[in-house]
Write a protein that binds this ligand. Structure first.
Ligand code: 5AD
Ligand code: SF4
Length: 440
């Protein structure tokens, strides 16, 4: 038997890319590839890229530059670019970096085996189509490899919202939901392989409307209730949601479904109605706050997380202050904040930018406020008992790390605890990024 070829995949960006990289590794696994941890001895290097902000895209080109020496030393090495930069830039990648052999957009991963063969034959392989067929159906899994306790599962992809700053509707395409039966099959398979917690992924996951067994549309809440029935699956999460798609049944599920964890990532982007309108977000700061009130009425201890953009074109100090006010009102357990980055082809890219120093200064002030809130919430966990799903060994001897239901990282030092165990832990200390506690 021929020695396996080595595949090095580097993943940038969101959790959906992490999921896609796993699927690509499995598909190429069926072609005789095994994953390797460094590019140095690889037969194929695949960069799974992100185009959401300028910096993310530029990183890809500088990373490609670093592979030049490897390619010269080994002409059989094949280099591929996948993901959203591949989709957005297409042939431009090959023009800027002629040593790239393969460019594959996120909707064409199931065509990787043919593309790999084409690249091996010395031709260049390029595919950035939006094909009709379900790519996940065609992505072959390796036979039953054991998995860690947590996994991602893509249920929905693409976005029809067209926020004025965002490339996702262009790079990932229109909203598509996978059928319920396929998702349930994949979830059962994950559980058989040791998974205890599944995070359902979608760019607009709460807009999920996949075909149910009787042909009718399913909501995300209905899908969650079906997953709830799978024995051995202990925890369900989902991300990322749009405020306008937080339906009543999903809010109710947060109160009633024991396996659905009390954590919700609900990006708002800005607290200024004027800016929200220019962002084409089709909600207001007030409607977002009322929505959170309803969610907290259903699940009082839910931990909220959000995304913010500062320095969006025409953002004034007053607009920015409204964002800080909204953050004060919500109290976030986690928040991700970004300086606005103009993306080619999006409506906002044409507009007058806020000076970089002003945007930088606002980002700092916003992050300061968020850090204060996060720290306060982490501190308030001391003395409380949480349930932790343990994932792996910590850095210290005998230490294990896992996540609480609120997604806080929790450390314990306890002999007997194994990855995959869920245990009640009393929190005794809060650090800046994690909590530590003792098993009860
Ligand atoms: N500039 C800055 N941040 C952006 N995001 C999306 N597009 C841009 C952009 N052009 C942020 C949003 C989104 C998160 C995934 O990335 O906050 O929710
Ligand atoms: Fe981008 Fe999210 Fe807006 Fe869709 S809803 S356009 S993915 S920010």
């Amino acid at each position: 038997m021929a020695a396996p070829k080595k595949l090095y995949i580097k993943t940038y960006g969101c959790q959906m890319n992490v999921y896609d990289s796993e699927r690509m590794a499995e598909t190429l696994g069926a072609q005789g590839y095994v994953e390797t941890a460094t590019p140095d001895d690889a037969d194929m290097i695949l960069l799974n890229t992100c185009h959401i902000r300028e910096k993310a895209a530029e990183k890809v080109y500088s990373e490609l530059g670093r592979f030049k020496g490897l390619k010269e030393a080994n002409p059989d090495l094949k280099i591929g670019v996948a993901g959203c930069v591949a989709q957005a830039e297409g042939e431009e990648i090959v023009r800027r970096q002629p040593m790239v052999d393969l460019v594959v957009g996120p909707q064409s991963y199931h065509r990787l085996p043919e593309m790999e063969a084409k690249a091996r034959s010395g031709a260049r392989a390029l595919d950035t189509d939006f094909p009709e067929e379900d790519k996940f159906e065609h992505l072959k899994a390796r036979p039953k490899a054991q998995r860690g306790p947590t996994a991602f599962l893509t249920v929905q992809e693409g976005c029809d919202k067209f926020c004025a700053f965002c490339v996702v509707p262009y790079t990932r395409g229109a909203e598509v939901s996978r059928p319920v039966a396929r998702i349930l099959d994949e979830a059962r398979d994950l559980v058989e392989r040791g998974v205890k917690e599944i995070t359902l992924l979608g760019q607009n996951v709460n807009a999920y409307h996949g075909a149910g067994p009787d042909g009718g549309d399913y909501s995300l809440a209905k899908l969650i209730w079906d997953l709830d029935k799978i024995d051995g699956l202990e925890r369900i999460r989902f991300t990322t949601s749009h405020p306008n798609d937080m339906s009543d049944d999903l809010i109710a599920a947060h109160g009633e479904c024991k396996k659905l964890m009390p954590y919700l990532h609900l990006p708002v982007q800005s607290g200024s109605d004027r800016i929200l309108k220019r962002m084409n977000r089709s909600h207001t700061a007030e409607s977002y706050l009322r929505l959170i009130e309803r969610i907290r009425a259903a699940r009082p201890d839910i931990l909220m997380s959000g995304d913010f953009i500062v320095g969006f074109p025409e953002e004034t100090e007053e607009d920015f202050q409204a964002t800080l006010d909204l953050i004060e009102a919500v109290k976030y357990g986690y928040a991700y904040s970004f300086k606005y980055s103009p993306r080619p082809g999006t409506p906002a890219a044409e507009r007058q930018a806020v000076p970089a120093d002003v945007a930088d200064e606002r980002l700092q002030r916003l992050q300061h406020l968020i850090t204060a809130q996060q720290t306060e919430i982490q501190q308030s966990m001391v003395g409380r008992v949480v349930n932790v799903l343990f994932e792996k060994a910590g850095r210290l001897d005998g230490q294990m790390v896992g996540k609480s239901e609120y997604l806080h990282a929790v450390h314990v030092t306890h002999p007997g605890i194994r990855a995959g165990d869920i245990a009640a832990v009393e929190i005794v200390e809060a650090g800046s990024n994690s909590l530590s506690g003792k098993i009860l």
